[in-house]
Ligand binder design. Structure first.
Ligand code: NI
Length: 160
């Protein structure tokens, strides 16, 4: 388990499309563990592998509730329902927040870290987080789809 270096906003890798994972092997398990550690260190609710410089379709999510951290490999959105206008940030864009329109509900198929196919139906914050991270796998970052004029820079409390 290790903290990996984050890639930040001007890094060209964030615009690249990540590749499908062919086999859930030890390397993927280590990647997932490291991604969870890295997400926790920076108090994120989600992280995509590209944000630690790995172009593989792997995301991790943790809403800090009973569901614990989850890892989604090769996630595909099967269905969306409704819309929500939400405030959003990203560990690759420190201190920046903007409003984005996301689906209110999504049904996503993915492979879990045991290598089994699973389906999750998510709504509200979980739907938002999953959509944000899947966008990363397609080279899309939240500022690409923010509602124009809503970008704000907010200094963390300890720096005030
Ligand atoms: Ni992000």
């Amino acid at each position: 388990m290790a903290i990996r270096n984050l890639r930040y906003e001007n890094d060209e890798i964030l615009k690249k499309t990540s590749r499908q994972v062919e086999k859930v092997d030890d390397k993927i398990q280590i990647l997932i563990d490291d991604m969870i550690d890295t997400m926790h260190k920076y108090n994120g609710v989600g992280l995509a592998a590209v944000q630690v410089g790995i172009l593989k379709r792997v995301i991790v999510i943790d809403l800090y509730d009973d569901n614990g951290p989850i890892a989604l490999i090769n996630p595909e959105i099967l269905k969306t329902k409704g819309e929500q206008e939400v405030d959003e940030g990203c560990l690759s864009f420190p201190n920046q927040f903007a409003k984005v329109v996301r689906p209110l509900e999504v049904t996503v198929e993915y492979i879990n870290r045991e290598g089994k196919k699973e389906k999750i139906k998510a709504k509200e914050l979980l739907a938002q987080a999953i959509c944000h991270e899947i966008d990363h796998l397609n080279g899309i970052v939240f500022v690409d789809k923010m509602i124009p004029g809503t970008l704000e820079y907010i200094e963390p409390e300890e720096n005030k």
